[in-house]
Design a protein around this ligand. Structure first.
Ligand code: ARG
Length: 492
C-alpha cells in the first residue's frame, strides 16, 4: 500500500533517492516501541473523551498490542514511509480498515508524536545509565574499602607529588561519577514531561485530555506550551551534554588505566578479557577496552555538537531539520550504559600491584611537604622558610640531618639540629604512611578519614539507588496500567 500520508496533496513518483533521503526509518528503529505506546495512550484518551467509539478503538488496539508483544513488523520500516509513525499507521489501516485506521491520528500530528517518542526512549536510556552508574560506584567503593591502607604516589602534573592511598584515588572517581549521576537524574525533571496533544504546534480543537495521556505514558506532567512542546530539543542536547561530561570522567580514568598498565608504571594488571594481543607481536597485551573507552568521549562530543548545531538557527516551531538530529541522539546515548558497565567490570577484575605502588610512594621526594610541615610544627618557623630549607635539601639530593642543617644555615643562618632536629624526626616525616595518616580531615587519605568517606558515600549511593528504583517503578507501573487498559479495550 502506498504511503497513507502522501495520497492526498502530493502526486508523482518519488525516486528511491528522494524517498530514502526524506525517510527517518533508520533512526526510528529506536522509537518503534515507544510509538506503539503513544498510539495506545492516544487511542485510550480518544475513547474516554468519546472522540472515537470503543468499537473503532478495539479494532486498532488489537494489532497495536500484537505488535507490542511480537515486535513491529519489518514492512513498517520500509523507506517508502517517511517515518515509523507513517509505517505503523499504514499497517494498522491495512489490518483494521480505513474506517478505523484513519481515525487514529485525530487530534495529533507526527510532530507531537515524535517528540513524545523521543522523550520516552531518552528516559529509558537515562534509567539504564543511572543503574549502571550505581553499579560502577558500588564497585569503586568496594575496592576502595579493600585498598584503604594501600599507599601509592599521588600525582600533580603527572610528577610524584605526595603519597596518598589507592582508596583515596578510587573514591575521587566515585565522587565524580556521583555528580554525573545527579546531573542525569536532575535532567529527568525536564525530560519526563509529555508533549503529546500539542499536535502540529497549536494543539487541536478536539476535546483531548493531555494530562490523561501523560499519566498513561508515565510522564510527570505535560510540556505546557504546545509550540515549545514540538519545537524544543534542548532536552536532547542536555542529555548529550551530560553524557559527554560523564564519558569525560570515564575517559580520564581509562587514561590512567592505560598508563598504570604500562611496563614503566605497572600499577595495575588488567584482566585479559579487557585486553587484546597483536597480530604480529605475540607477547603483547594491550589495554584496548580502556583505549576505546578513552576515545568514546570524543565521539560523543561530536554527536552533541552536531545535535545542538542542527537546532541553533531554527525558527519556531517544528522544522524537518529536527529529524536529522535524531541519529546523533541515538548514536550518542544508546552506548553509554555499556561503556559504564565495561569500566565497572575492568575495575572489579583488575589486579592492583600494591607493592609497586608502595615502592613508588616515597620516590621523587614526595614526602618533602611533610618534612617542611614538621619543621613548622617543631620549630615554629614560617612555612615559606621551611619550604626553602627543604627545597635546598632536595636540590642537594639528600634529606638527612646534615643536608637539612646546611640548608637551614644557608636560608636562615641558624642550624636546626642546634634547636633539636634529629634524624628520627626527619625519618618519621619521610615515611609515606605517616604523611598519609596525618591527613585525617574529611575527604583526606588517612585511614580514619577513608573509613568515614566510605560510610558517607555508601549512604549517598543507597539514597540515589532508592530514588532511582522508585522513579523507575512509577514509570513501569504506568506502562503496565496502560497495557492493561489497552487489553480491556481490545477485548471489548
Ligand atoms: N520523522 C519526523 C521526525 O523525526 C516526524 C515528525 C513530523 N514530520 C513532518 N513531516 N512534519 O522529526
Amino acid at each position: 500500500m502506498k504511503d497513507v500520508i502522501r495520497q492526498g496533496r502530493l502526486g508523482g513518483e518519488r525516486t528511491h533517492d528522494i524517498e530514502s533521503f526524506l525517510s527517518s526509518m533508520e533512526a526510528d528503529r529506536f522509537i518503534a516501541e515507544p510509538d506503539l505506546l503513544v498510539d495506545m495512550a492516544h487511542l485510550l484518551m480518544l475513547v474516554r473523551q468519546k472522540i472515537v467509539t470503543e468499537e473503532i478503538a478495539s479494532a486498532l488496539m488489537k494489532p497495536l498490542l500484537r505488535m507490542y508483544q511480537e515486535g513491529v513488523p519489518t514492512d513498517a520500516f520500509d523507506e517508502q514511509y517517511e517515518d515509523i509513525h507513517a509505517g505503523i499507521e499504514s499497517g494498522l489501516t491495512r489490518e483494521a480498515g480505513s474506517e478505523a485506521g484513519g481515525r487514529l491520528h485525530i487530534g495529533r500530528s507526527r510532530n507531537d508524536e515524535v517528540a513524545t517518542c523521543i522523550r520516552i526512549k531518552t528516559r529509558s536510556e537515562i534509567f539504564d545509565q543511572l543503574h549502571a552508574l550505581i553499579r560502577l560506584r558500588r564497585v569503586l567503593i568496594t575496592r576502595a574499602r579493600e585498598f584503604r591502607d594501600t599507599i601509592m604516589p599521588g600525582f600533580t602534573h603527572l610528577q610524584h607529588a605526595q603519597p596518598t592511598t589507592l582508596a583515596h584515588h578510587l573514591l575521587a572517581y566515585e565522587q565524580a561519577f556521583g555528580r554525573d549521576f545527579s546531573r542525569l537524574s536532575d535532567s529527568l525533571a525536564r525530560v519526563n514531561l509529555s508533549p503529546l496533544g500539542a499536535a502540529a504546534f497549536a494543539s487541536t480543537g478536539y476535546p483531548i485530555d493531555r494530562k490523561m495521556t501523560a499519566d498513561l505514558l508515565g510522564f510527570d506532567g505535560i510540556v505546557l506550551n504546545t509550540m515549545d512542546a514540538v519545537a524544543g530539543r534542548d532536552t536532547a542536547g542536555e542529555i548529550l551534554a551530560a553524557d559527554t561530561i560523564l564519558l569525560t570522567t570515564l575517559s580520564r580514568f581509562c587514561e590512567e588505566l592505560v598508563i598504570w598498565s604500562s611496563a614503566f608504571v605497572r600499577f595495575v594488571d588488567l584482566n585479559e578479557i579487557y585486553c587484546s594481543t597483536s597480530s604480529i607481536m605475540p607477547q603483547k597485551k594491550n589495554p584496548d577496552v580502556a583505549e576505546i573507552l578513552r576515545s568514546r568521549a570524543g565521539s560523543l562530543l561530536g554527536e552533541f555538537v552536531s545535535a545542538i548545531t542542527i537546532t541553533k538557527g531554527l525558527p519556531m516551531s517544528y522544522n524537518r531539520d529536527l529529524q536529522d538530529l535524531n541519529p546523533h541522539l541515538w548514536r550518542g546515548i544508546t552506548g553509554i550504559r555499556r561503556d559504564i558497565d565495561l569500566l565497572a567490570g575492568m575495575i572489579r577484575t583488575a589486579r592492583f600491584e600494591t607493592e609497586r605502588m608502595a615502592e613508588e610512594a616515597g620516590k621523587g621526594f614526595s614526602t618533602a611537604t611533610e618534612v617542611a610541615d614538621q619543621l613548622v610544627r617543631e620549630f615554629d618557623i614560617p612555612f615559606r622558610t621551611a619550604h626553602h630549607i627543604v627545597g635546598h635539601a632536595v636540590r642537594k639530593g639528600t634529606m638527612d640531618l646534615n643536608t637539612l642543617d646546611e640548608a637551614a644555615i644557608e636560608v636562615t643562618g641558624v642550624s636546626l639540629s642546634s634547636r633539636g632536629l634529629t634524624q628520627i624526626i626527619i625519618d618519621t616525616a619521610l615515611d609515606p604512611a605517616v604523611g598519609v595518616n596525618i591527613r585525617r580531615w574529611p575527604g583526606g587519605p588517612a585511614h580514619s578519614a577513608t573509613e568515614q568517606a566510605i560510610i558517607e558515600r555508601e549512604r549517598v549511593l543507597a539514597d540515589d539507588e532508592t530514588e532511582l528504583i522508585e522513579r523507575v517503578s512509577r514509570v513501569e507501573e504506568a506502562i503496565s496500567r496502560l497495557i492493561k487498559e489497552a487489553k480491556r479495550i481490545a477485548e471489548s
